[in-house]
Each structure stands twice: as C-alpha cells, then as structure tokens.
Design a protein around this ligand. Sequence first.
Ligand SMILES: C[S@@+](CC[C@H](N)C(=O)[O-])C[C@H]1O[C@@H](n2cnc3c(N)ncnc32)[C@H](O)[C@@H]1O
Length: 221
Amino acid sequence: MAASTRAFVLRHTRLRPVPGLEEIRLQLADEVLPLWRAVELETNDPDPALPYWAFAWAGGLAICRYLRDHREIAAGRRVFDLASGSGLCAIAALNAGAAEATGADIDAFAAAAIDLNARANGCRLAVVRRDVLDEGPPDVDLILAGDCWYEASLAARVLPWLRRARDRGIDVLVGDPGRRYLPVDELVELASYQVRTTTELEDLELKQGRVYSLRPAVENT
Ligand SMILES: C[S@@+](CC[C@H](N)C(=O)[O-])C[C@H]1O[C@@H](n2cnc3c(N)ncnc32)[C@H](O)[C@@H]1O
C-alpha cells in the first residue's frame, strides 16, 4: 500500500469512537465535500469516488450492532466484509470473536483506511483491493454487505454474487437503511436499529438501519 495513501487518510481524518459503537475507533472525517475535493486534487481525477471510507455508513452500523447482539454468528468463523469502506464491519466481526476477517474494497484510500483502522483497534485484518465481484465468492463462513445498494450498477452485481455465496452455504448479512436499489423481495429482515450517522451523508442524523439475511433459494420440485 502506498505510504502516500496512508498519509492522505491520516491527514484528512481523525481517529475517534463510532457513535453507538464506542468500542470501535475509526479514522473519520467531519465533512464530505472538502475531502472529496482533496481526493480529486490528490489523484488528479476530475470525478473520483466519494470518500466513503471516511465515514461509518448506516447499513454497516446496523450490521455491527447485530454482530454485537449476536456474537455467535461471527464467533470462530471466517468473515468477509464486502464493500468494507473503513473496515467497520470486519472490525466488529473480529470484536465478536471471528477467527479471521477480510475487508474488501476497490478504493485505494479505503484499503489504506481499513489497514489503519484495524491497527487502531488492535485487530489483524486482511485487505483485498481487487474487484471480487468478478470472481466466485471467497472460501469463508460469513459475508457481510453493509450499505451496498446505493447505485444500480453495483446492486446489479452484488445480488447475484451474494446469491452464489448463499448457494454455497455461506451465511450472508446485508445491512441497509432502505436505499433505492435494496432488493427487499430477496431478503428476510433479522433486526432493526436506530443508528446515528451524519447529515453530511443523509437527510437525517438518526436512520433506521436494518439487517437482513438472503431469502433461501426456491427449491425446484
Ligand atoms: C456506502 S460505502 C459502505 C462502507 C461500509 N460497508 C459501511 O457500511 O460503512 C460502500 C463501499 O463500497 C465500495 N465498493 C464499490 N464497489 C465495490 C466493489 N465492486 N467491490 C468492493 N467494494 C466496492 C466503495 O468503495 C465504498 O467504500
């Protein structure tokens, strides 16, 4: 990982507890637009991805609350955090006793943030930066997908990938505050939490984040 990417994350964020999950500390930003502009300047990319990695998103926050309430789902298991952003869900899985965890995100700054955040929380976390949606699901026991349904093109790739994981016997947890492309017909709600985010990202500071499993495949008879 480029030292400059790590330095950028450290320069533009501050390590602090996650609201409602004070046992986890992340490198977080206060404002999205100035940071987005800084990414544009740093990368020379006129249209860079939003700096998702500098925030804890409502869907991920809900998954973390669920893992804290139901440690048995992660304890002793191999966990893969898809669209990891800051690494939030992977860190929560390790806190719940996961045997190992991987954070996967295509954004170079996210990869740096995941690594920095894991270290700040005393965790060992593997980081994957390639686009795993082009591959088969990984050899793990549990996949976490926090806040992945905000864009049609991403949602259209995530759903079949998660279905394949489920069909291989991997447990899947989806966390989401009701984004536009959430495939509700394919999901079974497990829990709902009021989570604190920021009006930098959302219309309201308190959002209802729901946690789902994937509905079992319909058996052909
Ligand atoms: C809204 S953020 C959610 C981050 C984190 N799960 C949370 O809840 O705080 C979505 C993340 O998905 C990542 N992403 C987008 N496309 C991806 C892909 N094909 N594979 C992995 N991550 C991807 C983005 O870079 C971003 O960090």
